[in-house]
Design a protein around this ligand. Structure first.
Ligand SMILES: [Zn+2]
Length: 399
């Protein structure tokens, strides 16, 4: 994610990636789409994605259940030396040893930075979930356990796809989503390298990055879509960019630079979209009491609440109330992105309440997922969909 806008705004970008459920016919056969190619510096093949398993981050403390169905190795993350060969790990835990080192199952190791490497892909279970790739277990400055799933990009994406878009969407929509997700992940890896944290991790497994729950949402179809688009990403002027996407734009997407800390660029400049009209978020209405809004916004006065400025499309760029003002996205996050579906709304003062009437779901930047589905149902190919939502972007195989 691009950084340094307020953390609220950053998180808002991702909270809204929740896809809406919709029914669609799935009728295309899987086939790799022929593409042009491009070479990106430092990228020879699919990279390994380092995913911080955040559900185990602050909460788990010093121990987490880890099982492996079959053989595995435990290695020192620092030296790479194999410290232990195991035949299987059942009913076991990885734990920080208070006197130093770590335990994996019944074995104790002097180091607090270990890699647990299953012999067979997909046999690693952390908590209740199975993961491909391997697990790095280490501790932070407070001695708390940090877990990072190190997984090849295409396996990672097979787990992301179904978490970010319903897998019953048409093939072309899923392919477009796969390419956007790959671009987003490659961009995040590049960003992590620039930030100097890539040695530890690249992405989170939740809405701060893309939602990834190991193999929980991975299906045969998801794997086939990822395979059909293997290595394909979006480039602008030969460079990766942050390929934002959201559920439903409601009629117009917005320039990314107005809401996120990214430079102005053609693929993220916003455009009209007539393809998400039939979605379930076509019209919505929600009501907040004024007292509730005061509390959520942390102010004493929410009088004269209004959209003071709109982005070029239909979303609120600035919302005013009681002499204060917020960026539209920040406002939505403060009042609750789960309560206020989007920032494309009008407000009506009803005395004790404000009624918000709007359209769409999500932040409105980048690709509109319900629009993808609409375009795919009209027969558009994934490349056409991507070029529609990311104007002037190139769709190229980068490995
Ligand atoms: Zn749309």
């Amino acid at each position: 994610m691009p950084r340094s806008v307020s953390s609220l705004v950053k998180a808002a970008a991702q909270l809204t990636f929740l896809a809406v459920v919709g029914a669609a016919l799935y009728s295309c056969t899987m086939r790799p789409v022929p593409r042009g190619t491009a070479t990106l510096p430092g990228l020879q093949g699919p990279p390994v994605v380092k995913v911080a398993l955040s559900r185990h981050f602050p909460a788990a403390g010093n121990t987490v259940g880890v099982e492996i169905e079959g053989e595995y190795r435990v290695a020192s993350s620092r030296s790479g030396a194999v410290l232990h060969h195991g035949t299987s790990l059942a009913g076991a835990a990885v734990a920080v040893n208070p006197k130093g080192g770590m335990t994996v199952g019944r074995d104790t190791f002097p180091e607090r930075d270990l890699r647990i490497l299953p012999a067979f892909d997909g046999t690693l279970k952390v908590g209740e979930r199975f993961y491909r790739g391997s697990l790095r277990a280490m501790t932070n400055e407070q001695g708390k356990l940090l877990l990072v799933n190190e997984v090849p990009m295409e396996s990672y994406l097979a787990g992301v796809l179904g978490a970010e878009m319903p897998l019953d969407y048409p093939q072309a929509a899923l392919e477009a989503q796969a390419v956007a997700a790959r671009t987003y992940a490659l961009f995040e890896i590049r960003q992590a390298e620039l930030d100097g944290r890539a040695e530890l991790f690249h992405v989170f497994d939740d809405t701060r990055s893309q939602v990834y729950s190991g193999t929980l949402r991975e299906t045969e179809k998801a794997r086939a879509v990822i395979a059909a688009t293997r290595g394909v990403a979006l480039l602008s002027g030969g460079r990766l960019f942050c390929a934002y996407f959201h559920s439903t734009c409601g009629g117009h997407t917005e320039p990314a630079h107005l809401f996120f800390d990214v430079p102005q660029m053609a693929p993220l400049s916003g455009r009209s979209c007539e393809y998400c009209k039939e979605g379930k978020w076509r019209r919505w209405e929600v009501s907040f009491t004024k007292a509730e809004l005061c509390q959520k916004l942390g102010v004493k006065d929410v009088s004269k609440l209004r959209v003071a400025e709109k982005a070029p499309g239909i979303h609120a760029l600035r919302v005013e109330a009681g002499g204060r003002s917020w960026n539209g996205m920040e406002f939505r996050l403060l009042v609750g992105a789960d309560r206020l579906p989007s920032t494309a709304f009008e407000v009506e003062d009803k005395g004790a309440n404000y009624v918000f009437r709007g359209t769409g779901y999500g932040h409105g930047v980048g690709m509109c997922q319900v629009g993808c589905k609409g375009m795919a149902e009209l027969g558009y190919e994934s490349t056409e969909i991507l070029k529609f939502y990311y104007p002037s972007a190139e769709v190229l195989k980068v490995y």
